[in-house]
Design a binder for this molecule. Structure first.
Ligand code: NAD
Length: 414
């Protein structure tokens, strides 16, 4: 709870800084400091034992001045209103950074999907859509997968909305199975986006990706795909970790073998004896460090010991604001989460565009379009950071919030 509150308030602090730097007044901050709409719903679900259990769900819509709001729905026991608020604001920033015609949205249900049957999950997913169908829709607010939700859950949600709407509405949600209008490349989009950003950052620091020494914290969806892409591109992944420990080999780990052995929760280190801790992993001598696990991993306690030349945040919120300052003062290039992990929402946008057109692109076309957006976004943020002499996080927030602020001003909302 405190952590979520911190996430919310620390996001507000950087948004305030960004709006101040852009020259907006207090009225604009007052508008953008929290979602314009925050809905809490109670969802009754018939469980397999015949009893009804009532779940609590949320949907936050940060600002829809630019266009419909967009963002994932997570199923997790720790979901809270403050977390949803903060994450909806982050989605506005991501959409602004990669220049999508969206505002930010986010949703969640307090539940533990690991303890639910497929039937219970289907009824819960459909119940969420029924509870929120009036405020969501292809031109209002478009959900997507997030923590512990997947293409199957998106399919149930799309089907439920289509029944309510009495139209087949693939554009209601993204991250769907390909046969229901999902986009090629959506499942690997976040890691591909991070890979593109790493390549651009490496060029700025004169690091050749062939043989570059990479350390990745987290071997789940984001971390494992990423390690594969970087390994295949000729980089040397010398460290990886999961919740139970870390593996280190200065000569480079056998990534294909590790991918083959990891379980569906991203665990692999338990199979080995010579492990090191996550704390040691973060401080390894390397060229590029990628936190791709959980929040608050680089703090004022260990920021002085980080040896990487570049830190790219694939996880949400892995670096505290104190640590951001320390790393920046030490000359380490820190690429923030809102930029690095924007590949997912970018390809979600492409999925929605394809649904609206009823015409579908090949994987190569999707990759080419995403690469263009991510490369442009990196350079925009890097240039603002260099010319204004500010860290890349503040630069990313300035670019991310500007479009929404301008659209709100034109509409007369601030
Ligand atoms: P995941 O659950 O698939 O994997 C998480 C990994 O982190 C696992 O290897 C797990 O063992 C490890 N881990 C968990 N607790 C840990 C701890 N205390 N110390 C070290 N490692 C720990 O999650 P994911 O989808 O890969 O997401 C990882 C991060 O990337 C999250 O912050 C997420 O919000 C962010 N992200 C993911 C996506 C995506 O498309 N998957 C998109 C945007 C952002």
């Amino acid at each position: 709870m405190t952590e979520n509150l911190n996430l919310f308030t620390s996001t507000q602090v950087v948004i305030k800084d960004a709006l101040d730097k852009l020259g907006y007044d207090e009225g604009m901050y007052d508008l953008l400091k929290e979602p314009i709409r925050m809905v809490e719903v109670r969802i009754p679900v018939r469980m397999d034992d015949g009893k009804v259990k009532v779940f609590t769900g949320f949907r936050g819509q940060h600002n829809d001045a630019v266009g419909p709001t967009k963002g994932g729905v997570r199923f997790h026991p720790a979901v809270s209103a403050d977390e949803v608020r903060a994450l909806s604001m982050w989605m506005t920033l991501k959409a602004g950074i990669v220049d999508l015609p969206y505002g930010g949205g986010k949703g969640g249900i307090i539940c533990d999907p690991r303890e639910m049957s497929m039937g219970e999950l289907e009824r819960l997913s459909r119940g969420y859509v029924r509870a929120l169908s009036q405020v969501m829709g292809p031109n209002k607010d478009i959900p997507a997968p997030d923590v512990f939700t997947n293409a199957q859950i998106m399919a149930w949600m799309m089907d439920e909305y289509s029944r309510i709407d009495e139209f087949n509405s693939p554009g209601f949600i993204t991250g769907k199975p390909i046969v229901l209008g999902g986009s090629q490349g959506r499942d690997r989009a976040t890691a591909e986006g991070v890979t593109i950003i790493i390549n651009e950052a490496a060029k700025k620091r004169g690091i050749d990706m062939k043989g570059a020494r990479i350390v990745i914290q987290g071997f789940g969806n984001a971390g494992s795909f990423l390690s594969k892409f970087l390994h295949d591109a000729g980089a040397k992944v010398i460290g990886i970790s999961d919740a139970y420990g870390a593996l280190h080999d200065p000569e480079g780990l056998d990534i294909d073998y590790l991918l083959d052995r990891r379980d569906s929760f991203g665990t692999v280190t338990t199979l080995f004896e010579n492990t090191i801790s996550n704390t040691e992993l973060l401080e390894l001598d390397c060229d590029i460090l990628v936190p791709a696990a959980i929040e608050n991993q680089i703090t004022e306690k260990n920021a002085h010991n980080i040896k990487a030349t570049i830190v790219v945040e694939a996880a949400n919120g892995p670096t505290t604001s104190e640590a951001t300052k320390i790393l920046t003062d030490r000359g380490i290039l820190l690429v923030p989460d809102v930029l690095a992990s924007a590949g997912g929402v970018t390809v979600s946008y492409f999925e929605w565009v394809q649904n609206n057109m009823g015409y579908y692109w090949s994987e190569e076309e999707v990759r080419e379009k995403m690469t263009k957006k991510m490369v442009e976004a990196f350079h925009n943020v890097y240039n603002v950071s260099s010319t204004r002499n500010i860290d890349m996080r503040l630069a990313a927030y300035m670019i991310g919030i500007r479009k929404t602020a301008e659209a709100s001003r034109f509409r007369g909302w601030a």
